[in-house]
Write a protein that binds this ligand. Structure first.
Ligand SMILES: Cc1cc2nc3c(=O)[nH]c(=O)nc-3n(C[C@H](O)[C@H](O)[C@H](O)COP(=O)(O)OP(=O)(O)OC[C@H]3O[C@@H](n4cnc5c(N)ncnc54)[C@H](O)[C@@H]3O)c2cc1C
Ligand code: SF4
Length: 586
């Protein structure tokens, strides 16, 4: 129900009550909300010129040979492989000499901005460290049992595990632990790892990328240096820059746009909201669910993984093409925990961490036609190497980092880091396990664009024909193009702080310690309709947006960099290093 003041009652319970930043005017009377929601009108253009700066690195630039933007699995695996190749080259009398390799990461410590499920295929660990055995890797137990359930509001039916979801041979893991372990290995190989240094822009010379510029730190809200903590932007020169910035990377988007590189389908995304629970009842298997609390028109499902006898990872992943503008993934996860299947394990336990992140889920047809250029490669989620029907991206990210490193090594040896010199990277990925797997399941996610039942039938057909049918590409539109409807305001679920949590409490559990007064990093369009504001308010899991009568309240410091609203509207841009979440075991 909408009150005369324009404030909504139901749903508010998941939102922060302490708005810190107002300002954007909305264009229409909130009392006459239209039924349909058009997002494109309110979306600002991607500020390409902000992310690609035609300037040489400054006189104090740090000279690097290769810079990896992002210290996730893709960037760190790439840096390790390159450092090992360079070491072997120098030990065998090669001509390359010592390489300066840098990894810049926006989190203040490695792992603090990484969130995943995770059940991990260990193939990339074996490839990167053939001399180590499985017990040496930062993985927890192998998957020994798994179950898939179709949920109704109060019941569940166990269904056969679809072939794409079989996890025999895979391991439960925490991506934070994986990243910290890879970071230590990288440093041991002499890689310069710089946590707390977000890359703000790429430096270019003509069509070549020649380095990066970091974000300044210690600025006041109006962008001025704020006392002695202020730190100016830093430039790093690089013969090759590798974009490993993860999902919905703005630098990758800008570079692809600048270069005019397209993909057959646009990229589409899902949002995953996840909680870690200390529990008293051990979970003995990997669990996935379909159905409730999602409508049949919404793509997604939940996961519940045992990290230890007393620790469970629980999450809900939902495609951002959902039709109801008032749908709220965080709210749905809270509701889901009351279901007997989950409640059995969570009752009497404690939620110890919370977080959220998007997943690029377009698959094969959404991968850009080339992922290399003059002085640049794109790896991991930034390139869209995720196979969503199996919910796998970590090993593809690592494999792509490794393949990029091998081509960069060859290019450096030949002193040709041009587009031609690096082209072997895209072709190596195209003939690797990454694109083979994505191709086999190329229409799997796309089949669900018209709903659950048709999707299940088509996915079954694809499975029995090994992906051969349907033969043709299923075309999709980008998530922002989809017109939504404002669904009914749902009954209020009042968080009890025990099993269910408000967005404000959830953000606290993410470990977010962003300064309250840093410059605004979210670029919001000028004409945000009340309907769009309503959708942003529900979509953002961290309570950053609130519709407030004719205004939009933006609690920017709450942002945990999940990038969900960036997909449909306001643009996310890098901010001061160390801002955002502080994940420990996600
Ligand atoms: C809810 C959820 C569940 C998932 N479950 C699984 C699973 O069970 N198994 C699986 O294999 N995969 C899973 N995935 C996918 C998997 O997590 C990703 O595919 C994988 O993390 C991609 O690795 P990456 O290195 O490309 O990106 P990321 O892991 O996102 O790392 C990118 C890094 O770059 C940093 N960065 C970003 N921008 C900048 C910048 N401008 N400057 C400096 N640093 C920057 C980020 O802080 C981050 O550390 C899941 C994903 C989600 C969200
Ligand atoms: S504002 Fe931040 S936390 Fe909210 S959806 Fe956008 S990126 Fe995620």
């Amino acid at each position: 129900m909408v009150h005369a003041s324009g404030r909504l009652d139901p749903g508010d319970s998941f939102l922060s009550t302490a708005p810190r930043n107002t300002g954007v005017k909305m264009s229409a009377d909130p009392l006459v909300l239209s039924h349909s929601v058009n997002l494109l009108d309110a979306r600002p253009d991607l500020p390409v010129e902000r992310f690609l700066v035609a300037e040489p690195p400054g006189p104090d630039a740090v000279p690097m040979d290769v810079v990896f933007v992002g210290g996730g699995p893709a960037g760190l695996a790439g840096a390790i492989e390159l450092a090992r190749l360079a070491k072997r080259d120098s030990e065998t009398g090669g001509s390359l000499g010592e390489l300066e390799i840098g990894v810049l990461e926006k989190a203040s410590q490695l792992g603090e901005h990484n969130l995943s499920g995770a059940v991990v295929n260990p193939s990339a660990f074996h490839e990167l460290f053939p001399e180590l055995s499985i017990d040496d890797f930062p993985l927890r137990d192998p998957v020994s049992k798994e179950s898939v359930y179709l949920l109704t509001e109060s019941g569940s039916v166990r269904v056969p595990v679809p072939p794409t979801m079989k996890n025999h041979g895979n391991y439960v893991a925490s991506i934070c632990e994986i990243v910290r372990w890879l970071g230590a290995k990288a440093e041991a190989y002499g890689v310069n790892v710089f946590p707390g240094f977000p890359v703000d822009s790429l430096l270019t010379d003509g069509g070549k990328v020649i380095g990066v510029r970091t974000t300044p730190a210690g600025l006041s809200r109006d962008g001025e240096p704020d006392g002695h903590d202020a730190m100016p932007a830093m430039d790093l020169s690089a013969r090759v820059t590798v974009l490993a910035e993860g999902t919905r990377g703005p630098l990758s988007q800008a570079w692809l746009d600048w270069e005019g590189v397209a993909s057959e389908n646009p990229q589409i995304f899902a949002l995953g909201v996840k909680e870690l629970w200390k529990v008293k009842v051990p979970l003995d298997r990997v669990v996935h669910t379909l159905g409730w609390p999602l409508s049949t028109a919404t793509f997604g499902g939940s996961f519940m993984y045992p990290l230890a006898d007393d620790l469970i990872a629980l999450g809900l992943v939902v495609g951002l093409d959902y039709p109801d503008a008032r749908f709220d993934v965080h709210g749905a996860l809270q509701q889901m925990k009351g279901h007997p299947l989950f409640h059995h394990y969570l009752a009497g336990g404690e939620m110890v961490e919370w977080g959220a992140k998007t997943i690029p889920e377009g698959g094969y047809y959404s991968v850009p036609s080339r992922r290399h250029g003059d002085g640049l490669c794109i790896v991991g989620d930034s390139a869209g190497y995720v196979e969503v029907s199996s919910l796998k991206g970590i090993h593809y990210a690592m494999h792509s980092g490794i393949l990029a490193a091998r081509q960069i090594f060859e290019a450096l040896k030949l002193d040709d880091t041009s587009e031609t010199g690096l082209s072997g990277y895209s072709s190596a990925v195209d003939s690797s396990v990454i694109m083979r797997d994505l191709k086999k399941r190329r229409n799997m996610r796309l089949a669900f664009k018209d709903g659950l039942f048709g999707g299940v039938l088509k996915a079954g057909l694809m499975t029995v024909t090994g992906g051969a049918l349907p033969r043709d590409k299923i075309t999709i539109e980008e998530d922002a193009s989809k017109t939504r409807v404002l669904g009914k305001v749902q009954g209020q679920l009042t968080p009890d702080g025990d099993l269910t949590f408000s967005k404000a409490d959830a953000v606290y559990k993410s470990g977010n310690q962003t300064r309250d007064d840093i410059p605004q990093h979210l670029v919001v369009g000028e004409d945000v309709s009340p309907e769009v504001a309503e959708m942003l308010e529900h979509m953002c899991p961290a309570g950053v947006y609130e519709r407030d009568g004719t205004g939009l309240i933006i609690n920017a410091p709450n942002c945990i960099d999940c990038k969900a609203t960036d997909v449909v509207g306001p643009r996310w841009t890098p901010r001061e290093g160390g801002s955002g979440p502080g994940y420990r075991q996600m």
